[in-house]
Write a protein that binds this ligand. Structure first.
Ligand code: HEM
Ligand code: HEM
Length: 225
């Protein structure tokens, strides 16, 4: 049975259950990032304790499978929904999902490439190299900021669909707006922390990105040979 022949309920269930798995990892991942408020060494300490759970062949295969299933099922749902006119949270769900598809593809490939081809420990120095080098940060700041906000926006859109209860006088729509506001505050905190309060970090040599002019010169040298 191909993707297009699978019944809609099946795809939705796939998206829902792999979404729960992935959201659990992402929640721990973002909590780990928040720990950088106590310094990059604190971040690495917490990462080591989390790695005991997710850095083994079984857990990591499950995680990578969840990413693939999430993107595949999300895009199938999008293909079916895109004909309908959509507004507000429904539109936000689609746009955040599409951005998450793009981000997952690059982010996970970058981590796997760093480990296998560059033989680097893909710790926080690897993650923030692009945020602490000009002109790379022009790409990496919006790239990471949109990813974190897309995650919160997607959860907020799911919440407004599923939640029926009013909490502390707040109806579900307002609760979802609050999730988005928390997402924005969280994103700004992470950017602040990962750039040493916007002053920039000096990273260990192995993780430093080459200045663009050096890349261009080495390219000229290579092509001349
Ligand atoms: C961290 C990653 C993601 C999580 C945790 C997540 C989670 C969810 C959940 C729980 C739902 C509600 C499903 C239901 O109604 O039963 C949903 C809906 C949806 N998601 Fe995702 N998702 C993620 C990534 C993606 C991606 C990459 C796409 C790609 C476009 C996407 C597109 C959609 C669409 C279109 C819907 C609406 C489905 C409908 O109303 O029928 N999601 N998502
Ligand atoms: C500032 C933002 C972020 C940074 C600096 C960052 C950095 C990293 C780093 C360094 C790793 C490798 C972890 C390790 O080797 O143990 C990683 C893995 C991962 N990240 Fe992120 N991340 C960010 C945001 C996100 C977001 C928003 C998501 C999802 C919505 C995400 C999803 C993942 C996934 C699924 C992996 C697992 C890849 C694997 O181990 O195979 N990340 N990230």
């Amino acid at each position: 049975m191909t993707g297009s022949q699978l019944p809609k309920g099946y795809i939705r269930a796939m998206h829902y259950y792999s979404g729960l798995t992935l959201a659990t990892f992402v929640a721990f991942h973002l909590f780990n990032h928040l720990m950088a408020l106590g310094g990059l060494n604190r971040h690495i300490e917490v990462m080591h304790s989390f790695r005991i759970v997710y850095r083994n062949p079984v857990a990591e295969s499950l995680l990578l499978l969840a990413v693939a299933v999430q993107v595949f099922s999300g895009l199938r749902l999008y293909a079916r929904l895109k004909k309908n006119p959509m507004y507000g949270f429904a539109k936000l769900q689609i746009w955040s999902g599409l951005y998450l598809s793009f981000f997952f593809l690059f982010h996970v490939s970058a981590v796997l490439y760093g480990r296998t081809a560059q033989h680097l420990d893909t710790n926080i120095y690897y993650g923030i190299a692009g945020l602490n080098a000009f002109p790379y940060l022009l790409f990496f700041v919006p790239y990471y900021a949109l990813a974190i906000m897309a995650f919160f926006a997607h959860i907020a859109a799911v919440h407004v669909q599923k939640m029926q209860r009013t909490i502390f006088g707040m109806p579900p729509r307002k609760q979802s707006v609050l999730i988005i506001i928390i997402g924005i505050a969280f994103t700004l905190t992470i950017l602040y922390t990962f750039t040493n309060g916007f002053k920039g970090y000096t990273l260990p040599k192995a993780y430093k990105l080459k200045p663009i002019s050096v890349i261009r010169l080495s390219h000229v040298k290579n092509t001349a040979l």
